[in-house]
Design a protein around this ligand. Structure first.
Ligand SMILES: O=P(O)(O)OC[C@H]1O[C@](O)(COP(=O)(O)O)[C@@H](O)[C@@H]1O
Ligand SMILES: [Mg+2]
Ligand SMILES: [Mg+2]
Length: 357
């Protein structure tokens, strides 16, 4: 089938809008601006060394991470594509400590946008799939500049969420609260076409993803889960498991949406100042909404992720998601009394400062 015979992203969004008779089209306008940004980032990523965009800058972002040239470029592209549209009341990026000011003299809209302009950017120099992640919330006070507190809404309040993956093909995967749809970019036409109309995550899986180099810092329920997977056919699960780690959240998410699996970046004892690796507002929440809309489950490890009230813009949190049965099993292991005495886990006993309740 030629691309042109398929549904475009614009057509899909118009169809979705019909479900909301009072809709003004602002959300669609915003999502199309985001899609435009993703096309531009896809182009920069694809040109790689030819465009001189690989490698690092000699500076760090707010989180103390060395910025890649592409992190900064992708951030600028997101900004330029979205902040003039008048559909936003505020925006937050991984690369900026505070909400990004919108242009003076421009109208303010009713939505908030939080994004990770380039996720998995440590992979750009090795030519592995990376992506962009975004989350859309309603502004508590539409038409006025949003402040930090306005962004601190639980993930269950998101009105839309998505990611673009820059892999062998570029795809946009999106939810506006009515299932998950995947679009593939036709690079010649510069258009996203609907290729994956109703993505569903298989309920069970025999594949898990975790950064095993952190094993010595894991809490007992995570250790138990992974040990049981590794024990395979001769262990309590009675089946062999497969393991993957790409170090690119978008790529792991995409694999899980396509063929099932479970992903864990749990809170651990590696660095008490960082309870988990991934950021709640613009990594975990949007991926969590997509996963749940696709029939999977998103969790902190011990409770539903999307119900967590955020406390800070760049808050990190333990994140476990994927096939429902496995995530529920991991939550069950967290609920069961620890096999290891508290004294061996000084940072995580009941009265710990680091417990996330
Ligand atoms: O370096 P690690 O521990 O493997 O962590 C990899 C994780 O970090 C990330 O790269 C963080 O995202 P950023 O590249 O946007 O900082 C995730 O994509 C990935 O899941
Ligand atoms: Mg990221
Ligand atoms: Mg990033």
């Amino acid at each position: 089938m030629f691309s042109i015979e398929r549904t475009t992203l614009t057509e899909y969004l118009i169809t979705q809008r019909r479900r909301h008779p009072g809709a003004t089209g602002e959300l669609n306008a915003l999502l199309l601006q985001v899609a435009q940004a993703c096309k531009a980032i896809s182009r920069a990523v694809a040109h790689g060394a030819l465009a001189g965009v690989l490698g690092s800058l000699e500076r760090e972002n707010v989180q103390g991470e060395t910025q890649k040239k592409l992190d900064v470029l992708a951030d600028e592209i997101f900004l330029r594509a979205t902040h003039w549209g008048g559909d936003l009341a505020g925006m937050v990026s991984e690369e900026n400590e505070e909400p990004i000011p919108l242009p003076a003299g421009n109208g303010r809209g009713k939505y908030l946008l939080a994004f990770d302009p380039l996720d998995g950017s440590s992979n750009t120099d090795v030519n592995v799939a990376v992506g962009s992640i975004f989350s859309v919330l309603r502004a508590p006070v539409p038409g006025e500049d949003a402040d930090t507190a306005d962004f601190l809404q639980p993930g269950e309040r998101q009105v839309a969420a998505g990611y673009a993956i820059y892999g062998p093909s570029t795809m946009l995967v999106l939810t506006v609260g009515d299932g998950v749809a995947g679009f593939t970019l036709d690079p010649i036409l510069g258009e996203f076409f609907l290729t994956h109309p109703d993505i569903r995550i298989p309920e069970s899986t025999r594949e898990f993803a975790i950064n095993a180099s952190n094993a010595r810092f894991w809490e007992p329920p995570v250790r138990r889960y992974v040990d049981e997977c590794l024990a395979g056919r001769t262990g309590p699960r009675g089946e062999d498991f497969n393991m993957r780690w790409i170090a690119s959240l978008v790529a792991e998410t995409h694999r899980i949406l396509m063929r099932g699996g479970v992903f864990l970046y749990p809170r651990d004892r590696k660095d008490p100042a960082r309870p988990g690796r991934l950021r709640l507002l613009y990594e975990c929440n949007p991926i969590g909404m997509i996963v749940e809309q696709a029939g999977g489950r998103a969790s902190t490890g011990d409770r539903p992720l999307l119900a967590v009230p955020p406390e800070a813009l760049h808050q990190r949190i333990g994140f476990v998601f994927g096939s429902r049965e496995e995530v529920e099993r991991i939550e069950r292991y967290h609920a069961e009394p620890a096999a290891v005495p508290d004294t061996e886990l000084p940072l995580f006993h009941d009265r710990s400062l680091f417990l996330q309740h």
